[in-house]
Design a protein around this ligand. Structure first.
Ligand SMILES: *Cc1c(COP(=O)(O)O)cnc(C)c1O
Length: 396
């Protein structure tokens, strides 16, 4: 089928979307048709440099040849067979993930929220308890369990009756608050090593290791949600590696498959489900696993973890050197690797719209934070263009 490429065809897509799709997303009237590297193209042939990256998914960029090739090869062989039989890509990917994370066993699923659900169930099963401690500002997903440990009122408000009762929220970046909140019912503490959705909140050095020690002392499990921070995003393979912290349970998704839907939960030895305690029809399907293996191969061969650290440091230092941080409307510039937040004193909607008009895609999270999570393959010249556009439009 040919892509829409005239105004009336494009408008027809927008009309149908409104008629047939629940309006859970607010989106600009742009129809994306193709992408390459860190660039996207719309139905009118306009090009954009993308700093949203599929929300931290497209680490290897759009249509990386190695990922495309691996997917095409696998499609010709086997797309899906269910977990009632063995498939090689799944086992190969599990081995790879265990080596990359230092965890011991993997459970495969299809999304971030699903991996958090698996983590909460597993923690309940191995401890026999149902209390969780999560952080204010946390985001762990939208399904019932994941939403129960997600803090935002706007996400929870219509669903409070459905949510788990035993969840306590404590201030982020405060290890003592976690120690005080742990009681005899606590199964686990769940944290993002950098909070993504609430605006790229980077905790102080030593926070995660202090929480690790507290959990170990009190016999409570530590779940780290690396769904957004994984796969080189913060300049290390996983954000936990900055402090050498090992959780008991870890959740990953987003960048794992470079765009094919796949998630995973990993745990240390002895923390595991038994037959029939958990399952997922599509979990670890050969197509998604081949894509993930290819994506990890690209990250390794192209040194994307180091590249993320370098380019992230470059971006932050350029913005600082050029005085962006001292403009009146800018409250703070922060981040790690290519996960960067520019916190404003006012909503960033207009800046996002203006950037779009100038061919740069950025995303606004927590109302006032511009979040930059571009593909890790983004070119330095592309980044320079992003910097100059941001400096042109964040003027007051
Ligand atoms: C995106 C995200 C999730 C939810 O992932 P989905 O695939 O959208 O369900 C959970 N935790 C964190 C930290 C995330 O960034």
């Amino acid at each position: 089928m040919r892509d829409a490429n005239t105004e009336s065809e494009t408008e027809a897509v927008f009309d149908k979307e409104r008629r047939y799709i629940m309006q859970t997303y607010r989106r600009p009237r742009i129809l994306m048709v193709a992408g390459e590297g860190a660039r996207l193209r719309d139905s009118y042939g306009n090009e954009y440099i993308d700093c949203v990256g599929g929300i931290a998914v497209n680490v290897t960029g759009y249509c990386h040849p190695a990922v495309v090739e691996a997917i095409k090869e696998q499609v010709d062989k086997l797309i899906h067979v269910s977990n009632l039989y063995y498939t090689e890509p799944q086992v190969e990917l599990a081995e790879k993930l265990v080596h990359l994370t230092g965890m011991n066993k993997v459970f495969f699923c299809n999304s971030g929220a699903e991996s958090v659900e698996a983590a909460l169930k597993l923690a309940t099963k191995v401890t026999g308890k149902s209390g969780f401690i999560a952080a204010e500002g946390s985001f762990h997903g939208r399904t019932a369990g994941a939403l129960s440990v997600t803090a935002g009122h706007k996400f929870r408000r219509a669903f409070e009756q459905l949510l788990l009762r035993g969840v306590k929220f404590v201030p982020y970046n405060d290890a003592d608050a976690i120690e005080d909140a742990i009681d005899g019912d606590t199964a686990a503490v769940i944290l993002e090593p950098i909070q993504g959705e609430s605006g790229v909140i980077v905790p102080s050095d030593g926070y995660l290791s202090a929480v690790r020690d507290i959990c170990t002392d009190k016999g409570v499990l530590l779940i780290l949600d690396e769904i957004q921070t994984g796969f080189g995003r913060t300049g290390r393979w996983f954000c936990k590696d900055h402090e050498g912290v090992q959780p008991d349970i870890m959740t990953i998704a987003k960048a794992l498959g470079s765009g094919l839907p796949i998630g995973a939960m990993l745990a240390l030895e002895g923390i595991e489900f038994e037959t029939s305690e958990h399952a997922s029809t599509f979990g670890g399907n050969p197509l998604a696993c081949r894509a993930a293996l290819a994506s990890i191969g690209v990250i390794e061969r192209e040194g994307l973890v180091e590249r993320s650290a370098e380019l992230g440091a470059y971006l932050l230092s350029r913005l600082r050197a050029d005085g962006l941080a001292s403009r009146g409307v800018v409250k703070e510039l922060r981040g790690r690797g290519l996960m960067i937040g520019i916190e404003l004193l006012e909503p960033c909607t207009e800046i996002v719209d203006e950037a779009l008009r100038r061919g740069i895609l950025i995303n606004c999270t927590a109302d006032k934070v511009i979040r930059l999570v571009p593909p890790l393959v983004i070119g330095r010249e592309e980044l320079d263009r992003v910097i100059s556009v941001l400096e042109e439009i964040i003027i007051v």
